[in-house]
Design a binder for this molecule. Structure first.
Ligand SMILES: Nc1ncnc2c1ncn2[C@@H]1O[C@H](COP(=O)(O)OP(=O)(O)OP(=O)(O)O)[C@@H](O)[C@H]1O
Ligand SMILES: [Mg+2]
Length: 494
């Protein structure tokens, strides 16, 4: 029998009027990978914050090593071996790798004088344990996201982690890095550690998890061994919807391209890019992080103007050298990094949705808050954004729901061309299917959609044809009907 490391009993947690968790009881056993699954806003991150002592439950208790806590403090959780690898990794960008890894441990041992040599040794040991090779003296800010994550994991290991919790650890990783992370997780598991894992990607859940605990609206709907489920069944429990991954792209009837790029280039990022897109089309561009996909998108929108080649809209050459110009030509851009590029976190949901289109919600130059609220409500309903009140700050939304606000904001601008850069990262599977349908509806209304993604399933569901970008070049154009998720995936990482 595996040992039970942690038990939650009848946990409740509300924020104002929102019931985030209701009557949650859950056990974590040693040496297992437990998947916490459910739609955006169902309570996964809240549950994690309760386990780690960051939030106190309104009622219920947490049992750890035979000790029952009503109000567990952060330090109790850490003492009990609970470590969370957060999405921002909570590491210090201007310190070195070894300082970040070893600091906590030495501080907790209340050492007054900290020797570099000692820290080096500790850090080296931790990195070795997970098989990571990162120069100890590098500054964190110079590392890739994946390496930063490995630093955060190494630090957790040094703090004697027994349960390591990952809240959407794969959202900013390339496919190859995900594989490497899974290798590390497997090793941690073999060493007897328990892992709690959150992801919205079904394949990842089935790949790495032994058990699944499904939440819906803060309640537990089912849990069990992963092998008792398949994709269809799991999606049904999470969303109440039927899972489908069939291609839903419509035939394009337009004969003249709305946008054409010829020999477009931007030094160090991409070169010699040629393609056309037609009104009503959803054109896929698939490529990995660092392939030039984001810079290409930004060039078309005007955020990072190209330095060679040309762009034609409706057959006429245009110069798009700023984002204002992009907007002027009715191009909208949905960036992949919503936290830094797209949202004003301490402003309301409504404000964020209408921020680029103030004119639409103003009368005779005056901002009409009633109209703004109406517009926002409309989008909240259409995109199924989970919130009690459109006037709430965006920061109170769950991650996936924030992403939907970014989408709403772009759609408000009535674009004729919309560039979606990985629009469903962190979005739950149910909403991802809704967003696919919405993308088709937008296209049908006469918008050309450029869908950039490294999610093979997303490309194959939404597009009839797609381009593959690698090392800043378009390798070729392909038809979705000739590919399956796994053949496209292999092509992508080859
Ligand atoms: N600090 C907060 N203030 C107000 N409401 C909050 C707060 N934190 C979470 N909520 C609400 O609690 C609910 C659960 O949110 P949580 O972040 O746990 O969801 P999640 O399952 O992690 O979603 P996602 O998959 O999008 O990350 C949501 O309705 C959210 O809006
Ligand atoms: Mg979350």
């Amino acid at each position: 029998m595996p040992e039970c490391l942690l038990e939650l009993k009848n946990i409740y947690k509300s924020f104002g009027g929102v019931k985030a968790l209701e009557n949650i009881s859950l056990k974590i056993n040693s040496g297992e990978v437990l998947c916490l699954a459910g739609e955006n806003g169902c309570g996964k991150s809240t549950l994690i914050k309760i386990i780690s002592g960051f939030y106190k439950p309104d009622s219920g208790s947490i049992i750890m090593v035979d000790k029952e806590f009503k109000k567990m403090e952060l330090r109790d959780a850490i003492k009990g071996g609970i470590q969370v690898v957060y999405q921002d990794f909570s590491i210090f960008p201007n310190l070195t790798v070894y300082e970040n890894i070893a600091m906590n441990t030495l501080i907790s041992k209340q050492k007054k004088i900290v020797k570099k040599k000692e820290m080096h040794k500790l850090a080296e040991m931790a990195l070795e344990k997970i098989g990571a090779r990162i120069p100890l003296d590098s500054l964190i800010e110079t590392l890739s996201v994946a390496d930063k994550q490995l630093v955060a994991i190494s630090r957790a290991i040094l703090c004697d982690a027994k349960i390591m919790i990952f809240d959407e650890p794969t959202s900013a990783l390339t496919n190859k890095e995900v594989k490497e992370l899974f290798h590390v997780i497997q090793n941690l598991k073999t060493s007897g550690m328990s892992i709690m894992f959150v992801s919205h990607k079904l394949d990842e859940m089935f790949d790495i998890c032994d058990r699944v605990y499904v939440l819906s609206n803060g309640k537990n709907v089912i849990d069990g061994e992963m092998c008792q489920f398949n994709k269809k069944k799991l999606v049904y429990y999470m969303t109440g919807k039927e899972y489908s991954d069939e291609n839903i792209a419509k035939e394009v009837t337009a004969t003249e391209p709305i946008l054409e790029v010829r020999n477009l280039g931007l030094q160090n990022y991409f070169h010699n890019i040629n393609f056309k897109i037609y009104t009503g089309e959803v054109l896929g561009i698939t490529g990995l992080l660092g392939s030039g996909r984001t810079e290409l998108a930004k060039a078309i929108y005007g955020l990072m103007p190209a330095d060679s080649g040309s762009i034609y809209i409706n057959g006429k050459e245009v110069k798009i050298d700023s984002a204002m110009k992009g907007l002027e030509y009715h191009i909208a851009y949905v960036p992949e990094d919503r936290l830094t590029e797209a949202l004003f976190m301490d402003q309301s949901i409504t404000r964020n949705i209408i921020i680029q289109t103030m004119k639409k919600v103003s009368r005779t130059g005056l901002y009409n808050s009633k109209k703004a609220l109406e517009e926002a409500k409309n989008w909240i309903q259409q995109l199924n954004i989970k919130t009690a009140n459109p006037k709430n700050k965006v920061s109170t939304l769950s991650g996936g729901n924030q992403q939907k606000v970014v989408l709403a904001k772009a759609l408000m601008t009535d674009p004729q061309i919309i560039i979606l850069n990985c629009p469903t990262v962190g979005v739950d599977i149910g909403s991802k299917m809704d967003i696919s349908i919405l993308i088709q509806e937008i296209a049908e209304k006469g918008v050309a959609v450029i869908l950039i993604s490294d999610d093979s399933n997303e490309i194959l569901t939404n597009c009839k044809r797609f381009l593959l970008i690698k090392n800043g070049e378009i390798e070729n154009e392909y038809l979705s009907k000739d590919y399956t998720e796994s053949t496209l995936y292999s092509k992508l990482i080859r």
